[in-house]
Design a protein around this ligand. Sequence first.
Ligand code: NAD
Ligand code: TYD
Length: 358
Amino acid sequence: MQTILVTGGAGFIGSNFVRHMLSMRPDWRIVNLDALTYAGNAANLDDMATQAPGRYRFVHGDINDSDLVKRILIEERAGAVVHFAAESHVDRSILGPLAFVETNICGTARLLMACRDVWEQSGRPRDFRFVHVSTDEVYGSLGPDGYFTETTAYDPSSPYSASKAASDHLVRAWQRTYGFPALVTNCSNNYGPFQFPEKLIPLMILNIVAEKELPVYGDGQNIRDWLYVIDHCEALAAVLERGIPGETYNIGGGAERANIDVVRQLCTLIDQRLHREGASCGSRLIRFVGDRPGHDRRYAIDAGKIKRDLGWRPRFQFEDALAATVDWYLSHGEWIDAIRSGDYRRWIDTNYGAARVG
Ligand code: NAD
Ligand code: TYD
């Protein structure tokens, strides 16, 4: 049994990673350290106690709390860390950048310090790994041609992407300066179950269902390279198990779509499922609104390196996985109601009283 410390495992990608990997790797135990910000929903993983008995532990805490991180690493004898915890929404970073500096930059630095301390004290085990989960947004904006590779110069546009860029530099510095066995991944936009409905795809799904307006920024021609979240999780497992410390791996789905096309496709999928036609079709709700400041035009990943070196490739087609995502949201009304009402934030009190879990 090997134990992995996951940070931010109550969020979108982290909770999919925990769920998927506990099912795919029966010899893994996962400890999930999450501060439960507005984006964290510990209930996403409530069924792990029965699905993976004895192999999942939730710890309510902050990556900035070095003593807690060290205690977990030592008492669990964790052999790896997969670092998801972050403030992750570009629009929020425009309104309030400091939280992004505090979590994404300071939090990553403190996490690195705590992990390195324990790694040094344990005799620098050769097989220890620290995987830093980052974004393609660090590379900035592409024109109509070309792709981001691992050697593309960083050129972040938003407080979010600038804070992630800084965290990537810190991780690489720890690897080069201290020999700390860290790897960096830069992935394109994810979609799938459990994504907080402030990001494009779940926001649009919920608004179409509720017959609310669909705010499309600018001319709707900004392009994102979409990857189904399970493909991302499998890429991260490949990096953890077969990646080389000090290396960076770009992860992408090769599914470039203009935002307006994604929104139209979601309208069609939901129209079909809710038997809406003519004047009640979802596309009537589309509204072109003012553009996001600093809005990157196009992201597109060259995932050649991870395919060649680690044998990973995406398994899911965009059209199929988008339809599956719509079906997941349509069949998880309780999850959506808990998000809307804020009930999901009462998870700690309901499950553990006011005491910290750990
Ligand atoms: P998310 O916002 O859904 O989840 C973030 C999680 O981190 C939440 O559970 C939150 O409670 C937790 N968290 C925040 N601050 C914390 C702190 N100080 N200590 C402990 N936990 C804390 O984010 P996501 O979309 O799942 O993204 C996860 C990671 O993947 C992020 O690092 C993000 O930059 C990166 N990423 C995301 C995408 C994407 O499309 N969503 C693409 C590429 C990379
Ligand atoms: P988002 O899901 O916020 O991800 P990111 O900004 O990290 O790429 O947005 C995806 C794209 O959709 C981005 O180009 C901004 C656009 N967008 C809208 O047009 N309307 C919206 O309401 C949102 C949330 C995003």
